[in-house]
Design a protein around this ligand. Structure first.
Ligand code: ARG
Length: 406
């Protein structure tokens, strides 16, 4: 009896060729799983194409709500941005696809799952670790890590097996997209000196081509979750889609940086994440008024740890759950609205309001009505301990003679 294998199938070249390859090399019965994670990359005919390529069954899941609710919004609440640049769209999507793979494997009684990742990127590790974290008894096959075929050889192989490949006009880039962002790499982007050409971008206009008038958008959060745009309540998927278009039209959300992959190489990565950029800016600004200084400081460190963890494929781990618990606790009062100004590639916070704001005008004002006791500040000298007694330990700062200025 053939081994049942559940393959994560995007419909692209690698995963299309993987269907006949698994059948031939592992004597497998191949069942495919395609998850629509938004962002517009999903094709309507994936199921037919998988079957035509030789799959015995083809599952297609709409993963958008699960993705937003269980991955995107928790990462937003955490403030998770890898290396200060990447809002983790691809990295957040992988553990959810892994979960769907596992569900189908259990449902179909399959002991093996497969994905189309190569041996050079982060995604293979994310799939592998996610699957192992949930069910270590499942065996994992990564055909593109094993077969050693060049792109041309893959095409040749697929054609000889009558696999629908639908190559279309060839994009010079490797692109992965979902509703939280679009990741672009390879091609001429591999030269880190060269500015990414306009054709690399699909969701954003350049700042030069953005409208000459700014757009103001109001984002309302409830406990760290965005719930309304300009006062209109929306579910997360719609809110992200809507904001993504608005911000993209104003050139917001382009990222160009050299990133450290977990496999140990530096790689030039370009991203478009208009909604993520705007929502992170808004969320951070709301936290600035609703969390204490000490909460903010620790949370920033947790955010880095959290981002690193997600990037490294460690979603389904105990530590991730611990980080999540800390973040959830911090979000209890992160409720209120933020006004954003989108203009020529920039997204600036220009207003904030919250029923839980810790900003007290009476204390902050320089005008009449100031209730801050200025004499209380005399006590701040104690920050240095008993200033008089430690003075002898302070090295004096040698300055040249003051010349002439008197
Ligand atoms: N560098 C990003 C990450 O590791 C994006 C990967 C994009 N994947 C792709 N096949 N283009 O999350």
């Amino acid at each position: 009896m053939a081994t049942k294998v559940v393959l994560a199938y995007s419909g692209g070249l690698d995963t299309s060729v993987a269907i006949p390859w698994l059948k031939e090399n592992y004597d497998a019965e191949v069942i495919t799983l395609t998850a629509d994670m938004g962002g517009g990359s999903g094709r309507s005919d994936v199921r037919e194409r998988a079957i035509a390529a030789g799959a015995s069954k083809a599952f297609v899941v709409d993963g958008r709500q699960d993705f937003v609710r269980h991955f995107v919004f928790p990462a937003l609440q955490a403030g998770a941005i890898y290396q200060g640049q990447y809002s983790l769209a691809t990295a957040l999507g992988r553990p959810l696809i892994a979960r769907y793979l596992l569900d189908v494997a259990h449902q179909e009684g399959a002991g093996v799952v497969a994905h189309g990742c190569t041996g050079k990127g982060n995604d293979q590790v994310r799939f592998d670790l996610s699957i192992a974290g949930m069910d270590p008894s499942l065996r994992i096959i990564a055909p593109a890590r094993e077969w050693g075929m060049s792109r041309e050889e893959e095409i040749e192989y697929g054609r000889s097996r009558n696999t629908p490949l639908d190559l279309g006009p060839r994009s010079p880039y490797s692109v992965d997209e979902n509703l939280w962002g679009r990741s672009i790499e390879a091609g001429d982007l591999e030269d880190p000196w060269m500015e990414p050409p306009e054709e690399a971008y699909a969701w954003t206009v350049s700042a030069e081509n953005a409208p000459d008038t700014p757009l103001y958008v109001e984002v309302t959060f409830s406990e760290g979750i965005p719930v309304a745009l300009d006062g209109e309540e929306m579910n997360g998927v719609d809110l992200i889609g809507h904001l993504s278009r608005l911000a993209g039209e104003h050139g917001v959300g382009r990222v160009d940086h050299v990133e450290d992959r977990l496999v140990g190489i530096k790689s030039r990565e370009v991203y478009e994440a208009p909604a993520a950029t705007a929502l992170h800016a808004a969320h951070r600004a709301l936290e600035a008024v609703t969390l204490s200084k000490d909460q903010l400081r620790l949370k920033e460190r947790i955010a880095q740890e959290y981002a690193e963890h997600v990037y490294n494929g460690l979603w389904f781990t105990a530590l991730h759950q611990d980080l999540e618990a800390f973040v959830a606790s911090t979000q209890r009062y992160v409720t209120g609205s933020i006004r954003l100004k989108l203009f020529k590639g920039r997204c600036v916070v220009v207003g904030r309001s919250s029923p839980y704001s810790l900003y007290l005008h009476d204390l902050a004002t320089y005008d009449t009505g100031d209730r801050f006791d200025h004499r209380a500040s005399e006590g701040f000298i104690h920050i240095f301990g008993l200033a008089g007694r430690t003075q002898a330990r302070v090295q004096s700062l040698e300055l040249p003679e003051l010349g002439g200025g008197s």
